[in-house]
Every structure is written in structure tokens, then in C-alpha cells.
Write a protein that binds this ligand. Structure first.
Ligand SMILES: [Mg+2]
Length: 338
């Protein structure tokens, strides 16, 4: 039974600059397990390093993990020992792919999902060098209906200028993601001003671990504001419970949750609490991105654009044309090596 572990070096077409820093290359982990393939993202601002992830993965016995019945996916997932989240994510995805290939069906079909119910995906623009740079980036986009602007430049008035420039340049729907950049006071001041530019939502205005800041922000904002979404602040199901009264929605990602099963559970929990759900991605190849896309029919917003930013995606799978998510119909993930 096969288990192989590789580093997957991903080069970006242009530097990706957000409030956490800039990247031109990322290293993810790629796992082949049985007939499946999986990927775990290792963003530089996460506490995991490739060597520790590789050591955990190489300690697994693939025959024991998969077991005697390849259709009993839940049992296989239960056998996965505690370990680094990116490694568990990669194995979870590979086990789902192996399961779907064994049963000869795409994951979305095994889950009973209708792929045409996936919401249109946004495309994310990283923090531009200048307002002219932002105009050029927007003019280069081919008909994407929703644009997500990264904010958190360190100057809230410049963040507002970016949103104003985008609004003057495009008819697309706009949303923004500050990646933890603002204090409660800054957020309470800037969000009502940004509301004038007709935003769908404001994502993660506040620092990751300050749950009370979210409650204070909620109390200080007037009615009729854009939706508030938490991303970095939502790492576990307990975070969803803690913030349910303070946010309108949560941005869930396979790499944060630890894979497809954990993400499905978090979607169910968020729904039960009346929250809206966005499905996001890290800088990932078409393996992890396609895995996430199989869940897209369950969510309200999709932000599944990472493959469009890559210079060297070794795989092909889910695609987006003008934001419409198209899932491959091969078994399992349906991804293929290029
Ligand atoms: Mg985000």
C-alpha cells in the first residue's frame, strides 16, 4: 500500500501581499495514499514546518490506516493519530480521494450534493503597490462577479482609498479582508465609511484571538453595515460557538479545520447557529482547491481562486470561469496530473 510524501513548491505569478506579509513562493505538503492524493498548506504565518509534517506522515502505516474495507471512510479517518494540522489535512483529503475512486463516484455525488448550487467564487486581489496598480489589476480581470480586496495596509485611510478606487473602476460586487489589521476603534470608524461603497462583507477586521473585541465591535457598529465575517479567529468548532453572536458568518478552510470531514462538521455547526458560511482556500494547488470545491454547494460564499494565482500548478481539477465553479466529474476528487 502506497504512502509517499513530497514537498510541493508553489510559485505565484505575482507577489501575494496581505497584512501578514508578502509571498512569491510557498511550500505545501503533497501526500499519495492508496489511490488518493492530498495536500496540506503550510503558510509561513502558521506554526508548522515541513520537516515535522513529513516526520508525522512517514510514521503512518498506510495499510493500517486504510484498513480492510476501503468503503469505510469514517473508520479510516478515525484511525488518524493526533498530529500537525497540515499533515492531517493532506491525509484526510487523500483518504476521501481513495474512497471516491474505490466507489467510482465524485465526492460531491457521494455526499448527495448538486454541483450547480455552488455560489460564484470571488477572486482575491492582494494589496497593490499603488491605486493605479489596483485599477490595472481590476481591468485585467475577466468578468469576475465578486472581487475580494485585501486591506490592512497600516493606514485605514489608505485602505478606504483602495475601496473607493475599486468602486470607481468596476461594477463587480466588492468585499474586503483586513487579515487582522485593525483595532476595535479603527474598525468601528472605518467600516461605516467603507459601507458607502456597497460592500458584501468585511472579513477579519480584528486580531485573531481577541473574541471580546468582536463583541465590542458588534455593539459599536450601527445597523445596515456590511456583513461581518471571521476567518483567522475561526480555527476550531469552539471558536464558532464563541463568536456566533458577534459575527454574521465564518470563513472555513480545509487547512484550518484539518480536512474535509472536519470542515463539513464546522459547516453544519455554523448553519445550526444561524451563521452564513464562506469556503476559502490558502495558496494551494488544484488538489486542495478541488477538495474544497466539492463542498461549495453547501455554502453561501466561495473564495476558491488560488489556482488562478499559481505559475506552476502540477494538477488540474475544479475550475472557475467568471467565478462559476465547475467540478470535475471523475471519481474521488477528480484531479489529474498535468
Ligand atoms: Mg481571509
Amino acid at each position: 500500500m502506497l504512502l509517499s510524501v513530497e514537498s510541493l513548491k508553489i510559485h505565484l505569478k505575482t507577489p501575494f501581499r496581505i497584512a501578514h506579509g508578502a509571498s512569491t513562493v510557498r511550500t505545501n505538503v503533497l501526500v499519495r495514499l492508496g489511490n488518493g492524493v492530498g495536500e496540506g498548506a503550510l503558510p509561513p504565518y502558521y506554526p508548522y514546518r515541513f520537516d515535522e509534517v513529513k516526520a508525522y506522515l512517514e510514521s503512518l502505516d498506510p495499510a493500517v490506516l486504510i484498513g480492510d474495507d476501503p468503503s469505510a471512510l469514517e473508520d479510516a479517518l478515525d484511525r488518524l493519530p493526533p498530529g500537525p494540522a497540515p499533515a492531517r489535512t493532506a491525509v484526510d483529503i487523500a483518504l476521501h480521494d481513495h474512497w471516491g475512486r474505490h466507489l467510482g463516484q465524485p465526492l460531491y455525488r457521494l455526499w448527495g450534493l448538486n454541483p450547480t448550487r455552488a455560489p460564484a467564487s470571488s477572486i482575491t486581489l492582494s494589496i497593490p503597490e499603488s491605486l493605479d496598480g489596483l485599477r490595472a489589476q481590476i481591468e485585467d480581470l475577466d468578468g469576475f462577479p465578486i472581487i475580494k480586496l485585501k486591506l490592512g495596509t497600516g493606514r485605514p485611510e489608505h485602505d478606504e482609498a483602495l475601496v473607493r478606487t475599486a468602486r470607481e473602476t468596476t461594477q463587480a460586487q466588492l468585499c474586503v479582508d483586513a487579515n487582522c489589521a485593525w483595532t476595535v476603534e479603527e474598525a468601528a470608524e472605518v467600516i461605516p465609511r467603507l459601507a458607502a461603497y456597497d460592500l458584501m462583507f468585511v472579513e477579519q477586521p480584528l486580531p485573531q484571538d481577541d473574541h471580546d473585541a468582536w463583541r465590542r465591535l458588534r455593539r459599536s457598529l450601527p445597523a445596515d453595515m456590511p456583513l461581518l465575517f471571521a476567518d483567522e479567529s475561526i480555527q476550531t468548532p469552539a471558536d464558532i460557538l464563541a463568536l456566533a453572536e458577534a459575527v454574521d458568518g465564518v470563513n472555513l478552510k480545509l487547512a484550518k479545520a484539518g480536512g474535509l470531514r472536519a470542515t463539513r462538521r464546522m459547516i453544519t455547526l455554523a448553519r445550526a447557529l444561524g451563521l452564513q458560511v464562506m469556503l476559502g482556500c490558502m495558496i494551494e494547488s488544484s488538489v486542495a482547491l478541488t477538495a474544497a470545491a466539492h463542498l461549495a454547494p453547501l455554502v453561501d460564499f466561495a473564495d476558491l481562486d488560488s489556482y488562478l494565482h499559481l505559475a506552476n500548478d502540477p494538477f488540474e481539477g475544479a475550475t472557475m470561469e467568471r467565478g462559476i465553479v465547475r467540478l470535475p466529474d471523475g471519481p474521488g476528487l477528480g484531479v489529474k496530473a498535468r
